[in-house]
Design a protein around this ligand. Structure first.
Ligand SMILES: Cc1ncc(COP(=O)(O)O)c(C=O)c1O
Length: 364
């Protein structure tokens, strides 16, 4: 049995009629840049998330940059985030010439440990950037309370968590600004690069809309230094075809995660989802002690796996200038050495889940 990790081919086959028709409509109109599908998608995203403004953009990375541009983050400002995340989280902070200040994670959820944030605040701190890792929001009540106390902004890197919830609100509708990625393998993916920024703040929304088109407020009138950060119309058309199925996909992912947990939790440390949250299950991630050997065995059994992420950001070469060292963030370092993500997509069959689970248990 050969299992597909994200199974984008089957996904396309399932929605092919609608996706093809939507792409063809864009080709017929040739409205490739900021066509009406982009605006239609933004209205649909607002409805889905409950956020007042959804502003699409070129990627989850650019969404983070746009969020910080809207907040007027300045060189030397400090932004508190987690070292156990994809590089883009801290990379974009550094691109703004601000300083990423890392705070360790909770060992069970893999998300930033909100109880450690206060100790990292200085008079240069401007924002907190939690990441909803693997699909589950961080401890937003505590994070928001700290932000309120110290007058800080909250930017949620929700690249992996579109559709997840915290106290029954989507995580696109929390913090000052929330972002997501539509990278193909993300829970809601387009067929190229794409992303979105969400906010309930009218002023931020106005600025982000300008920033994604080179800071212009009128054609060829540039109020700000911005960027080329638009979502292609074809990608918007693809997302419009996929969105009607997304709630069902989330429910299917939840069920698949539960099947994995039922099969594995006696022997392995399976994901912990807090009772006031739901995950979008971008990844189903367990911890093992023999990761390299296990990955090889699973590969022989037709089971692809992935490691998100093998090196925490404070130990990456590009962040040497921050002068962090091994041992600074022990929970992140431990997680980096042990995590392994199993195939996860809404089309996994019970047989496939069983095959993965049995192969895993036979080799840990
Ligand atoms: C946590 C996190 N932040 C940001 C990004 C960047 O998103 P994109 O690849 O769309 O630029 C990703 C994508 O992998 C991510 O996982």
């Amino acid at each position: 049995m050969n299992i597909d990790f994200a199974n984008l081919q089957l996904q396309y086959q399932k929605y092919k009629v609608d996706i093809d028709a939507n792409i063809q409509a864009v080709l017929n109109k040739s409205n490739y840049i900021m066509g009406e599908e982009v605006y239609e998608l933004e209205r649909v995203l607002e409805g889905f998330t409950g956020a007042k403004h959804a502003i699409t953009c070129s990627s989850g990375t650019d969404a983070l940059l746009l969020a910080m541009m809207a907040m007027d983050i300045q060189p030397g400002d400090e932004i508190i985030t987690t070292p156990f995340t994809f590089i883009a989280t801290a990379e974009t902070i550094a691109l703004m010439k601000a300083k990423p200040v890392f705070v360790d994670i909770e060992p069970d959820t893999f998300n930033i440990d909100a109880n450690l944030i206060e100790a990292a605040i200085t008079d240069k701190t401007k924002a907190i950037m939690p990441v909803s890792l693997y699909g589950q929001p961080a401890d937003m009540d505590t994070i928001q309370a700290i932000a309120d106390k110290y007058n800080l902004k909250v930017i949620i890197d929700g690249a992996q968590s579109f559709g997840s919830t915290y106290n029954n609100k989507t995580d696109s509708n929390l913090g000052d600004i929330s972002t997501t990625s539509f990278f193909p393998a993300k829970p809601l993916g387009c067929y190229g690069d794409g992303g979105a920024v969400f906010t309930n703040n009218d002023e931020y929304a106005k600025i982000i809309k300008m920033m994604r088109v080179h800071g212009q407020n009128k054609h060829y009138h540039h109020k700000y230094i911005g960027m080329g950060g638009r979502l292609d119309t074809i990608q918007a058309a693809i997302l419009l075809a996929k969105l009607p199925h997304y709630s069902q996909e989330l429910a299917d992912r939840q069920q698949i995660a539960q099947h994995y947990t039922d099969a594995l939790s006696d022997r392995l440390q399976t994901p912990v989802i807090r009772s006031n949250r739901s995950s979008a299950w971008a990844q189903y991630t367990v911890r093992v002690n023999n990761r390299d050997a296990l990955q090889a065995k699973l590969k022989d059994n037709g089971i692809p796996t992935a490691v998100y992420y093998p090196i925490p950001l404070h130990l990456q070469e590009c962040f040497q200038y921050l002068n962090c060292k091994q041992g600074d963030f022990p929970n992140s370092e431990k997680a980096s050495g042990k995590v392994i993500s199993l195939p996860m997509n809404s089309f996994l069959s019970e047989k496939e889940i069983e095959h993965v689970s049995i192969s895993l248990l036979n080799n840990v």
